[in-house]
Design a protein. Structure first.
Length: 76
C-alpha cells in the first residue's frame, strides 16, 4: 500500500494534468456553435456548468489521496 505522501504526490500530478486537459476541452466546448448562438442565460449556465463539472471525476482521486493508512492508526 502506498504511503500518504506518495499518494498525494501522484494525485497532485494527476490533478494538474487533468485540469490542463479539461481546461482545453472546456474552452473548445465554450466556443462551440451551440453555445455561441444561444441566448445569454443559456451561455451563462453553460459556462457555470463547464466551470464546476471538472471536480466530479476528481472526487474519488481526492478521497483516495486523503485516505489514512491502516498502519497509521494510533488505536492499534
Amino acid at each position: 500500500m502506498l504511503q500518504m505522501r506518495a499518494r498525494k504526490l501522484i494525485g497532485a500530478v494527476v490533478i494538474i494534468v487533468f485540469v490542463i486537459i479539461y481546461a482545453l476541452l472546456a474552452m473548445a466546448l465554450a466556443q462551440a456553435r451551440l453555445i455561441q448562438e444561444a441566448n445569454g442565460l443559456v451561455q451563462g449556465l453553460a459556462y457555470a456548468l463547464l466551470g464546476m463539472i471538472w471536480i466530479l471525476p476528481l472526487m474519488p482521486l481526492i478521497s483516495w489521496m486523503e485516505r489514512k493508512n491502516p498502519s497509521d492508526d494510533p488505536s492499534r
